[in-house]
Design a protein around this ligand. Structure first.
Ligand SMILES: NC(=O)C1=CN([C@@H]2O[C@H](COP(=O)(O)OP(=O)(O)OC[C@H]3O[C@@H](n4cnc5c(N)ncnc54)[C@H](O)[C@@H]3O)[C@@H](O)[C@H]2O)C=CC1
Ligand SMILES: O=C([O-])CC(=O)C(=O)O
Length: 308
């Protein structure tokens, strides 16, 4: 097994570090355009092997795609992160060019790779990568819902003062401050609806905090988050590589599912060795359906800004 992570910045390096610690591959290639950075970070990570006890080999590459040859899974994190006060959507101008170029280069050397897109605005970048590459839709997966769901569970756990491990919940829709849909009605505390423990006002606050989860961290840190994004990306990679068939909300190409066509946005999918293997159809309430439609409209209008 060989995995490549493009972009050795905050999210890319954290993702690679998580992957090597879990020994998900023999080799993990970290590629960046900045001279020496991916080589340096890979060597730094490898120096933890003797301390932490793993055998995966991280390899750095300054924009040399030959080194990525034959990768089974590729994670694309290259691109600008937002600054406080910005939306993810404002990154489209620069990141579209980066994601397009990176996808082309990756597929030249790893034509069979499963590609996970992290760069923002993620739903539109996933759509772009799919349209430009023409690869099988099941091999293109956008990471957003895994992170948003982790934030949702964290805020629920904090409000209830319980362990996040006992909370189940999902966020679907677009990965944007106003487009994500925390499914409060379906969230449970080990199978018990969370509405038994929190008031409607408390649940509304949890949902609102979840939606601006990324913006809150960007304001605090000065750039966007990386620990939870790196861990959420690991969840996708692990389910694929180990064929775990986990259900994870991911941005995938919809062709009629959830009433949407020709769009990538977040829905629960089963992840295994084939990529996203099937969409899980939730029975949404009328209000949730309306929120999904509104979210799709916003994502679609962002996609309209692409020159395909
Ligand atoms: N989908 C999600 O849930 C999340 C998405 N993101 C997005 O991920 C992206 C990366 O964020 P950070 O790692 O914090 O940014 P960063 O600035 O720390 O790292 C980005 C890296 O990409 C590299 N890069 C730029 N152009 C490249 C190219 N053509 N080829 C290879 N490498 C290139 C840069 O040199 C830099 O090292 C941003 O677009 C951010 O908005 C971040 C967190 C969560
Ligand atoms: O907030 C951002 O711009 C980065 C991101 O997508 C997230 O952390 O959810």
């Amino acid at each position: 097994m060989k995995i490549t992570v493009v972009g050795a910045g905050a999210v890319g390096a954290t993702t690679a570090d998580n992957i090597i610690r879990r020994e998900l591959a023999e080799e993990v290639v970290l590629l960046d355009i900045k001279e020496g950075v991916s080589e340096g970070k890979s060597l730094d990570m490898y120096q933890t092997a003797a301390l932490l006890g793993f055998n995966t080999r991280p390899v750095g590459s300054t924009n040399d795609y030959e080194k990525t040859k034959g990768s089974d899974v590729v994670v694309i994190t290259s691109g600008l992160p937002r600054k406080p006060g910005m939306t993810r959507e404002e990154l489209i101008g620069i990141n579209a060019g980066i994601v397009k170029g990176v996808t082309e280069n990756i597929l030249k050397y790893s034509p069979k790779a499963i590609i996970i897109v992290v760069s923002n605005p993620m739903d539109t970048m996933t759509y772009l990568a799919l349209k430009e590459s023409g690869i099988n839709k099941k091999r293109l997966i956008g990471m957003g819902g895994a992170l948003d769901s982790a934030r949702f569970k964290t805020y629920l756990a904090l409000a209830m003062d319980v362990s996040p491990l006992d909370i189940h919940g999902m966020v679907i829709g677009g990965h944007g401050d106003t487009t994500m849909i925390p499914l409060t009605r379906l969230a449970t505390y080990n199978g018990i609806p969370v509405s038994r423990f929190l008031s409607p006002e408390q649940l509304e606050k949890v949902a609102a905090d979840t939606m601006v989860g990324g913006a809150t961290l960007t304001k605090l840190i000065g750039t966007s988050a990386w620990y939870a994004p790196g861990a959420a990306t690991l969840l996708l990679v692990e389910s694929i590589v180990r064929n775990q068939k986990r259900i994870v909300p991911c941005s995938v190409y919809l062709n009629g599912e959830y009433g949407q066509k020709d769009i990538c946005m977040g829905v629960p999918v089963v992840l295994g060795r084939g990529g996203w293997e099937k969409v899980i159809n939730l029975r949404l309430s009328d209000a949730e359906k309306a929120a999904f439609e509104k979210s799709a409209e916003a994502v679609r209008s962002m996609n309209g800004a692409l020159t395909l």
